[in-house]
Structure formats: C-alpha cells, structure tokens
Write a new protein. Structure first.
Length: 180
C-alpha cells in the first residue's frame, strides 16, 4: 500500500519543484542557445601593412594577400555554416564595402582587400589595422534547422511541465486545507 503525502509534505514538494524549475530553466536555456545560435566576433584585428604594394604613390593594394579569420570554418562548417554578417572597418569606424573594397569567401573564412579608392585611402593614412566583425558557428552548433527548432522547444516545455506539477501540488494542498 502506497503512503500518502501529507499537506505539509505537498507544500514543501511544490516549493522545491518550483525552485528547482527556476534554477534549471536558465541553465537549460543557456545551453540551448549555445547550440542553436551563431557566435559573434567584434573587432578581430588584422594588420594590413603588408597589403600596401609599391605602385601608384606607394598606395596600391596587393589584392593577392589573403587574411584568414580566427574562427574560419572547418570540416562540415565549410558547407553548412559559413561566415555570415561580415563587416570590415578601419580604425575610425569607416566601413569597407563588400565586393568593392574587399571580397569575402565565407566558406573558407578568408577575405582579400581590393584596390579601390576607399580601401587605398583608408589603409596607409588612418591605420594599418582592419577590424573584422562576423558571425560563426561554434563547435557544438546544430546545423539542422528542425533540430534547432526542437531543441529551442525543450526549455519551454520544461518550464511548462514544472509549472503544471507545481500548480497541481498547490491545488492539492488547497483541497486538503478546504480552501477549494
């Protein structure tokens, strides 16, 4: 024969369940976000001093020099998760234009500067550094969209389950004490 839990036991169990849910939901949500969201890099510095080639006024750009991003895609990420959201800036925040001032190969995580008026004007006079800002996939990133959707639902269903259990226990306590 199963032992019955008393009103005080139910009340304690309801509070413990609710607290456990509150504590675990943030951890679950954080871990879920890590495998379903891109990671952002801001201001990754690349020294482009060697890009300036001897030529017209010593300010031509050697467009054959390739710069590799620190988090360049490897293995499955080359095809399934290339670099996105790429923005290249100079020291003063001037933004380079994709296709005009630089070319990006997102699947390789590389870029080259192009001999444009903006790139030439920015490099030798303002700074020898460019700053790359981009999104990339972490090692644990789930690359299937249905999998990301399913994992994103876990935190919500977990919270809903804990809420239902807690409400049920509080309702049972209310019945036991004659409040309902």
């Amino acid at each position: 024969m199963a032992a019955q839990i008393g009103t005080t036991g139910k009340l304690i169990l309801a509070f413990v369940t609710l607290l456990l849910g509150v504590v675990l939901i943030s951890s679950i949500a954080t871990q879920t976000e890590a495998v379903t969201s891109y990671l952002r890099v801001n201001n990754e510095t690349h020294n482009v001093l060697g890009t300036i080639a001897t030529g017209r006024n010593n300010t031509d750009i050697n467009a054959t020099i390739t710069y590799t991003l620190t988090n360049a895609p490897t293995s499955w990420k080359r095809d399934d998760c290339p670099i996105t959201g790429f923005i290249l800036t100079n020291k003063t925040g001037g933004v380079f234009t994709s296709g005009t001032d630089y070319t990006l190969t997102g699947s390789a995580g590389t870029y080259t500067l192009v001999n444009s008026a903006t790139a030439v004007a920015n490099l030798p006079t303002v700074s020898n550094n460019t700053y790359a800002n981009y999104d990339y996939c972490g090692d644990d990133y789930m690359n299937s969209s249905w999998g990301r959707t399913g994992i994103d639902l876990v935190a919500g269903f977990f919270a809903l389950g804990i809420l239902i259990i807690s409400v049920g226990l509080f309702y049972s306590v209310a019945q036991d004490t004659g409040m309902i």
